[in-house]
Design a protein around this ligand. Sequence first.
Ligand SMILES: C[S@@+](CC[C@H](N)C(=O)[O-])C[C@H]1O[C@@H](n2cnc3c(N)ncnc32)[C@H](O)[C@@H]1O
Length: 284
Amino acid sequence: MASSIQDLALSDYQRSVADYWRVHTTDPVNEELGKVDGLYHHHYGIGTPDPAVARAPWAIRDQEIIKELHRLETAQADLLLDQFGQIEPTDRLFDGGCGRGGTSIMAHARFGCEVDGMTISEVQADFANKQAVDRGIDGHVRFHLHDMLHTGFDDGSVRGVWTNETTMYVDLFDLYREFARILRPGGRYVNITGCYNDVLGDKSAAVRTIDAHYLCDVHARSTYFKALAANGLVPVKVVDLTPLTIPYWELRLQSSVRSGIEQPFLSSYRDTSFQYLMIVADRI
Ligand SMILES: C[S@@+](CC[C@H](N)C(=O)[O-])C[C@H]1O[C@@H](n2cnc3c(N)ncnc32)[C@H](O)[C@@H]1O
């Protein structure tokens, strides 16, 4: 695995994504939420906010909102991990596009298993590995500075793979070809992602704003299922999480850590041009 971004054979686009995360990894919305309990997420939340937060005294209200946003982001990762069912300590899971490792650390805490995470951001890989060392789990949880389209793992060597809001940075057919190769037969893939609702046609203006904000390329909903089917990954569950994530965005809009992208998310979720989807698929 690479020890520096210069060692990676990345496209110009991937280099710009890596550069984006070098600059934005410590944005307040990620940093302040991470400080709540030391788990750092770079994804969104689901669930119902505690109404007491809205009634909190002004002096502590913002901090209460931040704690609540973090709780909802952790709930999202818990829902993702629920989909794997029973995982043994000897099993190996792969976190494609691991960010600063929050979901991987939760996976190891839950299952006691081996976890490998991959990111093309040097700052994220270094941060996540330090987290693993500080927690004394670095013998089991490893973060690699590497392109998840070419993991270098052996065929059939992992029991489960997840992508938590990372698939909008890559070609889905290339990604699922690689995941199908490294997953053992019967292994499970879990994905949480935003996608555009191509039942309504092309991307809405709000979804194009989201693309531009994150330097990503949100895929059509149908592309996920075409790419999964083309690679022997058979969906067993599909859940539209959109109604569960809208309250998170409404709460985030009221916080000091809002980033300016809240309105495009809310408007596109409400007009259904954008959807927050969880897809669970098994490798045949
Ligand atoms: C929105 S963040 C999500 C991070 C993490 N999954 C989480 O839930 O906190 C997107 C992540 O995708 C990673 N990424 C994008 N393209 C990648 C690639 N080709 N290989 C590995 N990671 C990639 C970025 O480096 C970043 O860590």
